[in-house]
Design a binder for this molecule. Structure first.
Ligand code: KG4
Ligand code: ZN
Length: 329
């Protein structure tokens, strides 16, 4: 079995995965959303302190598995430096105490493998859209070690733009679920926000301009005695999604999708899912998704990658395993 740890942002999680069957035997996550909500975003130092409290609590619950562990895996890149270090330090301590190898996992590859949690087989090749709080990118995934990023954001990410819009409206953190909920009662066409990079031939993403346009609309709405944000939320969600589908449509002109996946915390967005499904129809491409509970950060996905890395003996020594806040992907 492999014990895996995730602490790259604001979720402390530990999983136990069976190497042979790839079955998830244990998973526990303690989220810090409530603690960060008052600040409208993740405060790194607070997150680190909460990890230092939560991770040992969860570890206590998996002690019975210790004699059966063959390796310990941990997210080592990308993420917040001060929070990554909490997981990596714990993983190193376990590796020394139990004399087992260490596996450093890339969090973004973890999100890709969230598609295969509890499943014996993987499904490659696939084209994968990763939409999270930190990343917005399209990857061609042939295998664990053959992953090519073909498009990425030039500034903010899809998920982060939801967080910022929610913050502007005073709706706390994380913004994705609240904006999605608010948007249900709104008119998607009420605010004619410009689709980012719509005139650019680049296959890339950008959310800073849209965020600013929404900010101005929120300020305007706040002049009313009883401001109502449903239409702004709906129009924002529509344009944020349209930006993704327009760029993907362009990309599909050269690379036809066969199997397409959406992963990452924001892949839980139902409007995004429905729009991508429409886009894939003419290509007869299959859409695969993670279970809703594994879209956001978790340790089960880190464990699922780790069993593959274990079989390939992709270990990192104690001295070499270090945190890398920025990913190479
Ligand atoms: O993957 P994740 O848990 O953390 C990172 O690796 O960044 O993603 C969290 C992000 C947050 O920005 C959150 O607002 C967004 O995913 N998110 C959503 C939805 N649910 C979560 N964004 C849009 N719609 C949602 N339903
Ligand atoms: Zn993530």
């Amino acid at each position: 079995m492999i014990l895996s740890i995730e602490s790259s942002c604001d979720d402390s999680a530990i999983a136990i995965t069976d190497i042979k069957t790839k079955k998830l035997l244990f998973h526990k996550k303690i989220s810090q959303e409530i603690e960060h909500s008052v600040y409208g975003g993740v405060v790194p130092e607070l997150a680190a302190r909460l990890h230092a409290e939560a991770l040992p609590k969860i570890l206590e619950q998996v002690k019975e598995y210790f004699p059966k562990l063959k390796a310990v895996a941990v997210t080592s890149t990308p993420g917040l430096a001060v929070t990554l270090v909490e997981g990596v330090t714990m993983a190193k301590a376990i590796a020394v105490a139990l004399d087992i190898p260490l596996i450093g996992v890339n969090h973004l590859i973890g999100h890709i493998y969230s598609l295969f949690i509890d499943k014996k087989e993987t499904q490659f090749p696939l084209t994968c859209l990763l939409v999270s709080g930190g990343h917005t990118q399209v990857m061609e995934v042939k295998s664990l070690t053959e992953i090519e990023t073909v498009a990425k954001s030039m500034d903010d990410s899809f998920g982060e733009s939801f967080d910022k819009v929610a913050k502007m409206m005073g709706l706390g953190y994380p913004g994705g679920p609240v904006i999605q909920e608010l948007a249900k009662d709104g008119d998607r066409l009420k605010h004619n926000f410009t689709v980012p990079l719509h005139q650019s031939p680049l296959i890339a993403f950008s959310y800073s301009g849209l965020k600013n346009a929404v900010r101005l609309a929120v300020l305007e709405e706040e002049k009313n005695e009883k401001p109502e944000f449903e239409d702004i939320a709906a129009s924002f969600e529509h344009i944020a999604t349209k930006h993704l589908t327009m760029k993907l449509k362009k990309y599909f002109k050269t690379v036809r999708p066969k199997t397409f996946a959406i992963v990452g915390g924001a892949s839980a967005n139902l409007y995004l899912r429905s729009q991508i499904l429409e886009l894939l129809k003419p290509h007869n491409a299959e859409l695969i998704l993670s279970e809703l509970k594994y879209c956001s950060d978790n340790a089960a996905m880190i464990g699922r990658v780790a069993v593959e890395m274990y079989e390939k003996k992709m270990f990192t020594s104690l001295e070499e395993l270090d945190i890398a806040p920025r990913s190479l992907l």
